[in-house]
Design a protein around this ligand. Structure first.
Ligand SMILES: Nc1ncnc2c1ncn2[C@@H]1O[C@H](COP(=O)(O)OP(=O)(O)O)[C@@H](O)[C@H]1O
Ligand SMILES: [Mg+2]
Length: 519
C-alpha cells in the first residue's frame, strides 16, 4: 500500500456508521468507496462515504465558529487573513456506511466493527475481485467511486430481464443514452430479445447533430428497425392489422362507458375476428339490428367515431398479411434488438401500437409455456417503454401492468423509463427488481424508489442528489449492494471500442478529409 492510498484512521464506530479522520487537504467525496483494514485480522471492510464534516483539534467546541468570526472581522477591515498556521489543527471527518467485509476473498454483510484506529485507504482494482461475478453480461458502464471511474465494466445479468428493469431520472440525466448502451450490448450478445419503442426518434440515428444512434454501430445482424416515417437506412414499415386490436387496447386509448363496453363485446361475439372492421364499415342501423336492438344508436355512434380515428391512422391495415407482429416475434426470439420508431405518431397511435405488440409477445410466450422444450429455448425478452408512468399508474388495466405482475414466469420483462417514478403504482413499482437510479431532483421520487428498492439505499440519499449525467446507482437483489456506476457515453464508447459500423467509419474518414481542406 502506498502512502497516498492511506487516507485516514477510524475513530468512531457503530456497525452501520464508521467515522474516520482524514487530512483537511484530502479530496474525499461523498459516494467514494474505501477500504478499512482491520489491524487484528485479515478482514477488509468495504465502506461508502455518506457525508463529510469539518473537525479541529481545539478544546473549545465552538472554536471553528469563533475563528470564522474573527476572520470575517479582518475581511471587513481589509486585513490579511492567514490560515497556514492553523492547518495542522484542521482535519475532515468521513462518515461512512459499511457495504460489507471481505475475508478470504468472500464478501459478507457486516456484523461487526473494525478495531480502533484501523487504517482507511482508497480502493484498488483487486479489492473488487469479489464483485465481478455479480456485474452481469449486459455491460452499460464502469464502476464508479465518487466521481472517479474505475476500469471495471459494470452491467447486469440478462437473466434478470424478466424481473423487470426501471430506469429513473430527471430529464437530461442520461436515460436515453443508457438505453442506447443497453441496446448495443444486446445487439452484440444476441442472447436476449429487446423491444424498444422510441417516441422521440433518437435511437436510430441519434436524433440530433453530433449524436450517434444504433444505425452507426457494428453488429447490424442484431438489429431490426420498424418505422412509419422515412428513415435514412434500412427499415421496415410499421403496420398492424385491425384484427389484432382488442377491446382492452381500445379501452387504453379511450374512456368507454359500461354500455359502450358491452356493445363492443356483443359486436366481437357477433362478428368474430373481423368485429372491428365490421363495426367500422357497417351502418349504425345495421349494427343495431345485428345486435338485436340491445344498444342505443347513440352508443354505437360514439364507438364508430372513435374507430374512425383509429382507421385514419396509416398504422392500422385492414389486411392481416401486412401485419408486422409475427416478424417482430421472430426477431425477438432470435435474440435481436427490435427498434420501433413511433416519433411521427400521435400519442394514441403510439400507445395502440405498443399495446398490441406487447400483448402479442406476452400471449405468444404464454402459449409456449406448456411446451417445456420449446419454452426453455426462448431467450429472455425485455420490452422498453418510455414515459412508463402513462401505462403503469394503475395496478391493473393495461398489458404493461399485467406483465409487471406476471411476466417473469413467461420470460417477459418490462424496462420502464420514467422521470416521475412517483406516478407509477407502488405495487407495480415493487415488481421492478433492477433499478437504475440516475440523478433525481424531486425528493418524492427519491423517497418512492428508496422504499421499493430491493436493497437498503436509505443512506444514499445524499449521493443520489449529487449524481451528474450518466452517473447511476444500480440497485438489484442480484448484487450484494447497490453498485455505483458511470454509464458509457454512447458516442465516446463506440469510438473508443471501435464499434462503429463500416459505413459510419467511412463517413468519418470522408468528413476528416474534407474538413482538412479548410486549413
Ligand atoms: N453516461 C453519460 N456520460 C456523460 N454524459 C452523459 C451521459 N449520459 C448523458 N449524458 C449527457 O447528458 C445529455 C442528456 O442525456 P439523455 O440520455 O438524453 O438524458 P435523458 O434521456 O434522461 O433526458 C447527453 O446529451 C449527454 O451530453
Ligand atoms: Mg430521453
Amino acid at each position: 500500500m502506498t502512502g497516498q492510498d492511506h487516507i485516514g484512521r477510524v475513530f468512531g464506530n457503530r456497525v452501520m456508521e464508521i467515522r474516520f479522520r482524514t487530512p483537511s487537504s484530502e479530496p474525499l467525496q461523498v459516494g467514494e468507496m474505501l477500504v478499512i483494514e482491520d489491524e487484528s485480522s485479515d478482514t477488509k471492510y468495504l465502506v461508502r462515504t455518506m457525508d463529510i464534516e469539518h473537525g479541529a483539534d481545539m478544546e473549545a467546541p465552538d472554536w471553528m465558529e469563533r475563528e470564522a468570526g474573527l476572520m470575517l472581522h479582518k475581511d471587513s477591515a481589509q486585513e490579511k487573513v492567514v490560515i497556514d498556521n492553523l492547518l495542522d489543527r484542521l482535519y475532515k471527518v468521513g462518515v461512512s456506511t459499511p457495504l460489507g467485509y471481505i475475508e478470504n476473498k468472500v464478501f459478507r454483510k457486516t456484523k461487526s466493527i473494525p478495531t480502533h484506529f484501523s487504517r482507511v485507504r482508497r480502493t484498488s482494482a483487486d479489492d473488487y475481485d469479489f464483485l465481478k461475478q455479480y456485474l452481469g453480461d449486459v455491460e452499460v458502464g464502469r464502476l464508479r467511486s465518487g466521481d472517479r471511474v474505475l476500469d471495471i465494466p459494470v452491467g447486469f445479468s440478462g437473466r434478470a430481464m424478466p424481473y423487470h428493469i426501471g430506469i429513473f431520472a430527471t430529464t437530461g440525466m442520461g436515460k436515453s443514452n443508457l438505453m442506447k448502451d443497453l441496446a448495443l450490448s444486446c445487439m452484440k450478445l444476441r442472447h436476449y430479445g429487446f423491444l424498444i419503442f422510441d417516441p422521440h426518434g433518437e435511437y436510430y440515428d441519434g436524433g440530433e447533430v453530433g449524436k450517434k444512434g444504433l444505425k452507426h454501430v457494428a453488429f447490424k445482424d442484431g438489429l431490426e428497425v420498424f418505422s412509419s416515417r422515412k428513415l435514412d437506412g434500412p427499415y421496415n414499415s410499421l403496420r398492424i392489422s385491425a384484427m389484432e386490436i382488442e377491446i382492452d387496447d381500445l379501452a387504453n386509448l379511450y374512456e368507454f362507458t359500461q354500455p359502450q363496453l358491452e356493445c363492443l363485446q356483443a359486436a366481437q361475439w357477433k362478428y368474430g375476428n373481423r368485429w372491428l372492421l365490421d363495426l367500422n364499415e357497417k351502418e349504425v342501423s345495421v349494427i343495431s339490428q345485428d345486435l338485436q336492438g340491445r344498444f342505443h344508436e347513440g352508443s354505437i355512434n360514439v364507438i364508430k367515431r372513435r374507430l374512425d380515428n383509429i382507421f385514419r391512422f396509416e398504422l392500422v391495415t385492414t389486411d392481416e398479411k401486412f401485419s408486422i407482429t409475427s416478424n417482430i416475434l421472430n426477431c425477438l426470439q432470435n435474440g435481436k434488438v427490435v427498434l420501433i420508431d413511433t416519433s411521427n405518431m400521435f400519442e394514441a397511435e403510439e400507445l395502440l401500437v405498443s399495446t398490441v405488440l406487447t400483448r402479442a409477445i406476452f400471449e405468444k410466450n404464454k402459449s409456449l409455456y406448456a411446451d417445456k422444450e420449446k419454452f426453455d429455448k426462448l431467450p429472455p425478452l425485455l420490452i422498453a417503454m418510455e414515459e412508463a408512468q402513462r401505462v403503469l399508474s394503475q395496478a391493473k388495466g393495461t398489458i404493461f401492468s399485467q406483465i409487471a405482475r406476471e411476466g417473469r414466469k413467461f420470460k417477459v420483462g418490462l424496462c420502464a423509463i420514467s422521470q416521475q417514478p412517483k406516478l407509477i403504482n407502488e405495487e407495480i413499482l415493487s415488481q421492478f427488481n433492477t433499478l437504475f437510479i440516475l440523478g433525481l431532483a424531486d425528493k418524492r421520487d427519491r423517497d418512492i424508489l428508496r422504499n421499493s428498492a430491493k436493497q437498503d439505499i436509505s443512506m444514499l440519499d445524499n449521493e443520489i442528489q449529487m449524481l451528474m449525467p450518466g452517473e447511476t446507482l444500480i440497485a438489484s437483489p442480484f448484487t450484494p449492494f447497490a453498485v455505483p456506476a458511470k454509464i458509457h457515453l454512447f458516442e465516446d464508447y463506440v469510438e473508443a471500442q471501435n464499434l462503429l459500423s463500416a459505413e459510419a467509419d467511412a463517413a468519418k474518414l470522408k468528413k476528416a478529409s474534407t474538413d482538412k481542406k479548410f486549413f
